[in-house]
Design a protein around this ligand. Structure first.
Ligand code: PLP
Ligand code: COI
Length: 339
């Protein structure tokens, strides 16, 4: 792709050449199909449209210096999609189908995988929806699994410079026994008002607190939260947050760097004691946080006083990205070259 300014790409949708589709009908999954259309033909009464039977994943394909294309921990995305399917009673896909579909989606859109060194990647969006009709509230009998791709830059326009977050207390993204720990569209619908509130206040993303006590940190928009102090990496343990594959990887990298790792409830008041805080996820990678504003309490927590990310966040970020792009060895076997 000659005309794309790869290093300026936003985190947005850009049409690529093809997408992959596979239908579950009559009790079995069919063959993978390649489509050049951005549209799907869907029954007006499909459960995805009415009762929220849909789940998605977000992952990236990275081009290395050697020009080879790498996937990062795709099996974890597969496992999470299985849990999402189980959580809202959708027909799960098989591991083989998932692997074939993501691999094919990258290879047939290869010209959209950004060049190494631009900070961009090809984002993959696997999507599973209830496509069969129901009017009573029950699971569909037919499903559609798709994978489309789009080249992306960083989720936060700041890239690896500190972002500003606002705490929202008057809406909840998820409930403890709800669907917060799986990746289904309904969670994102219920996060929109909180995100709007944060944006309206001039902040980049909302921080959600646990919905029972409004006391413990849950998540930052579409990313997990972490804090660092006393040589310890601390990230929330909560039944209503999405277990982030990026966070899981960072916990390992923090341990490799000699940090202690704790997963436990984090009281919002503890924010005062952190030396570094950040948000992490596939889209967000690692985004250092410079300010957290608790709107209702009119209280500000400030970090990165020199306007730069902290030392440990920077070390972890550099290590993670180097592994993803194949610039450094991959000690935990997280990366798979696509052929
Ligand atoms: N939390 C939410 C709500 C998300 O949507 C995402 C993105 O997938 C994450 C956290 C980060 O998860 P991961 O690192 O697996 O992309
Ligand atoms: C991701 O990090 O892949 C996400 O899913 C974030 C997204 C919802 C934009």
């Amino acid at each position: 792709m000659q005309n794309l300014d790869w290093s300026q790409l936003p985190f947005g949708y850009l049409k690529t050449d093809y997408n992959i589709r596979c239908y579950y009908r009559d009790g079995k999954w069919g063959e993978l199909e390649v489509s050049s259309s951005e549209y799907i033909n869907l029954h007006i009464s499909a459960t995805a449209l009415h009762y929220g039977q849909q789940a998605f994943e977000g992952m990236k394909a990275y081009r290395g210096k050697d020009n080879k294309i790498r996937l990062f921990r795709w099996e974890e995305n597969f496992k999470r999609m299985q849990r999402s399917a189980d959580g809202i009673l959708m027909q799960p896909i098989t591991k083989e189908l998932f692997k074939d579909a993501i691999t094919k989606a990258v290879l047939i859109n290869e010209r959209f995988v950004p060049p190494h060194g631009t900070g961009a990647a090809l984002y993959l969006r696997p999507l599973l929806i209830g496509s069969g009709p129901q009017i009573g509230v029950k699971p569909a009998e037919e499903y559609l699994f798709m994978v489309f791709t789009t080249p992306v830059g960083p989720y936060f326009k700041e890239g690896f410079t500190p972002i500003k977050i606002a705490v929202v207390r008057d809406s909840d993204r998820a409930a403890p026994l709800g669907t917060g720990s799986i990746k289904v569209g309904g969670n994102y619908a219920s996060s929109l008002t909180g995100a709007k509130k944060a944006h309206d206040e001039g902040y980049g993303a909302p921080m959600y607190l646990d919905s029972i006590h409004k006391k413990y940190i849950d998540e930052i928009g579409a990313a997990n939260f972490f804090g660092i102090k006393n040589n310890t990496y601390i990230t929330p343990k909560s039944p209503s947050i999405l277990p982030s594959i990026t966070n899981m990887s960072i916990m390992q990298l923090a341990e490799d760097l000699g940090l202690k790792v704790e997963r436990r409830p984090i009281d919002i008041e503890e924010l005062e004691t952190f030396e570094e805080v950040g948000a992490c996820g596939t889209a967000a990678i690692i985004s250092p946080i410079g300010e957290i504003y608790d709107i209702d309490k009119d209280k500000k927590y400030n970090f990165c006083k020199d306007g730069k990310a902290g030392l440990i966040s920077t070390q972890i970020y550099e290590k993670l990205v180097a592994i993803q792009y194949g610039d450094e060895t991959d000690p935990h076997n997280w990366v798979e070259i696509i052929k």
